[in-house]
Design a protein around this ligand. Structure first.
Ligand code: NOJ
Length: 564
């Protein structure tokens, strides 16, 4: 396995709108980020992934780009961006940008041209189809509810949008589109950025006959991912991107790839002829069972979780590279979803971090996770801002659903759970802004905030710090091979990592109850060095460990003969 800087790094994701506002307009901005670089450096992360900061009308908070070459005015200027990049580089940190090229905003100049007339030179930059006997070209459902097709009166045709109607999909079949995108990527790479997180990259190639999807739902539109996920020309497009762009720089690339299988991941990320360094697999965060899609499922179990994580760990080992994450700006807060955000808040936040960071792959920390920020439960739909949430609510109300039941689902799954302002201190709005925040702060900001945690050696923040430092000291954490133990234990996730004569043992109790872990699982080792734990550990070499609620421990084991 080759050694690479991005395998040894820890990435911190910033959602700029909610991170830190420097000018009191209620919206986070680049100067706000600059003012917190000391904080990020103290945490120990070395790569920053910025969610989109390009010019955008913000239908989907920046994932609808109207100008790839300019910074969103609310976030600052290109001068601010250059200052951020320079400041990060001065400190030996790196910056990865979001690359959103499945679609643009409908306010992008290409689309403004494209919709003007059927013979406009930009017409073919997007996907236009005539109606089907007065109806939409097919029955595909948009990720954000409703149809993927929007009728445009000017030319009497429909355009395709997998996401909102203000996010028309680019036509990757058109070589000019590809060239324009590759040029734009060079523009940012030549500025010196250190890589891209590639938004919904596996949807850029569609089945261009646009057939109807089989009917699986009673309502009008049907899930159609089989016609646009990992589509027929995806690998060709990615190959071209690699050849014309990526191969010319020492960068890190991570693809957002919903529904990817380990086999696809190996094809996309293998070091010989893959297209990207790593990808975000979705299986572990889609482990909520049920057929009702994202909103319906709200339970998960550790056995499934371990099975999925182990599958990815084992199958990619030596063949590809994993990204490790439990949260991002599209997911509920991890401590609320997989841990316990009440009685064992700090314990479970630390346990989840331990379990994730000791796996093989590059760990991603989503802003606020390092202080254990939790889900929010606004009482009224009017407090919500996320287009996916609002569209689902509107559609469900129109279909006669109970608003209170919808709110319960939204409390669990809305993307706004992750988008409440960063909680810096106990002052108004958590110290995020001196103005009125674009979305309300989580009311628990007085208990959970950076100021309270930064100097407390037992805080979640300092635990993350220690965890991240361990990665820089022990190469076994980065490169060791993985083995699951206690396969069918329903409360404990335990695994080993092995490198030469060393073994790392990770034990994580996912339950609010006491559990017992017996050393005989790893009994041929006799030297046990505790690297980190989220409780005071008293007993040394007892035959069994009594794990407290959400307790996690990491031991370095040496075989007797290789005692250090
Ligand atoms: C995935 C992004 O993470 C999400 O926030 C966005 O809404 C969609 N892609 C569309 O760009």
């Amino acid at each position: 396995m080759q050694k690479k800087w991005w395998k040894e790094s820890v990435v911190y994701q910033i959602y700029p709108r909610s991170f830190k506002d420097s000018n009191g307009d209620g919206i986070g901005d680049i100067q706000g980020i600059i003012s917190k670089i000391d904080y990020l450096q103290k945490l120990g992360v070395d790569v920053i992934w910025l969610s989109p900061v390009y010019q955008s009308p913000n239908d989907d908070n920046g994932y609808d780009i109207s100008d790839y070459y300019n910074i969103m005015e609310e976030f600052g200027t290109m001068g601010d961006f250059d200052a951020l990049l320079g400041e990060l580089h001065n400190r030996g940190m790196r910056l990865v940008m979001d690359l959103v090229v499945n679609h643009t905003s409908d306010e992008h100049k290409w689309f403004i041209e494209s919709r003007r007339s059927k013979d406009n030179p930009y017409r073919d930059y997007y996907i236009w189809r005539p109606g089907n006997n007065g109806a939409r070209p097919n029955n595909w459902e948009s990720v954000f509810s409703g149809s993927v097709w929007e009728f445009d009166e000017q030319t009497g045709e429909y355009y395709l949008h997998l996401y909102s109607k203000k996010q028309p999909d680019l036509n990757w079949e058109n070589p000019q589109v590809r060239n324009d995108i590759f040029n734009m990527m060079h523009f940012w790479l030549e500025k010196g950025i250190d890589g891209f997180r590639m938004d919904t990259i596996t949807t850029i190639s569609k089945v261009t006959s646009f057939p109807d999807a089989p009917i699986v739902k009673e309502n009008q539109y049907q899930p159609a991912t089989q016609f646009y996920l990992n589509g027929p020309r995806l690998e060709q497009f990615l190959g071209e991107m690699k050849e014309k762009v990526f191969s010319q720089y020492d960068i890190m690339t991570v693809g957002e790839t919903p529904g990817a299988t380990p086999e696809e991941a190996i094809r996309y990320t293998n070091e010989e002829n893959g297209f990207m360094d790593m990808l975000f697999q979705w299986e572990h965060i889609e482990a909520d069972p049920g057929t009702g899609g994202k909103w319906a499922g709200d339970s998960w179990n550790l056995l499934d979780f371990k099975r999925v994580m182990t599958k990815w760990q084992k199958q990619l080992e030596g063949k590809g590279w994993n990204s490790l994450y439990l949260s991002n700006h599209d997911q509920p807060r991890q401590v609320s979803r997989f841990g316990n955000d009440t009685e064992y808040h700090a314990e479970s936040a630390k346990m989840l971090a331990t379990c994730l960071h000791m796996l093989q792959g590059t760990p991603f920390v989503y802003q606020g996770e390092e202080i254990g920020m939790t889900n929010v439960a606004y009482e009224s739909i009017n407090e919500y801002r996320d287009i996916e949430t609002l569209n689902m609510y509107k559609e469900s109300i129109a279909a006669g659903k109970d608003p209170n039941e919808l709110l319960v689902m939204i409390h669990k799954k809305s993307r706004d759970n992750a988008r409440t302002p960063m909680q810096w201190d106990e002052s108004a709005h958590g110290g995020f802004t001196s103005g009125i925040p674009w979305i309300q702060v989580n009311p628990n900001y007085k208990e959970i905030n950076v100021k309270k945690q930064i100097d407390d050696p037992n805080s979640v923040f300092n635990y993350y710090r220690n965890l991240i430092q361990l990665r820089t000291k022990y190469s076994i954490i980065v490169y060791g091979s993985y083995e699951l133990i206690l396969d069918d234990h329903e409360q404990i996730y335990a695994y080993t990592r092995k490198q030469e004569d060393k073994t790392l043992l990770v034990i994580a109790n996912f339950a609010a109850s006491i559990q017992e872990f017996r050393w005989d699982k790893v009994n041929h080792f006799s030297v046990k060095e505790l690297l980190i734990s989220n409780y005071e550990v008293e007993e040394k070499l007892a035959p069994a460990i009594t794990l407290k609620p959400y307790e996690a421990r990491v031991y370095l084991l040496h075989e007797e003969t290789s005692r250090l």
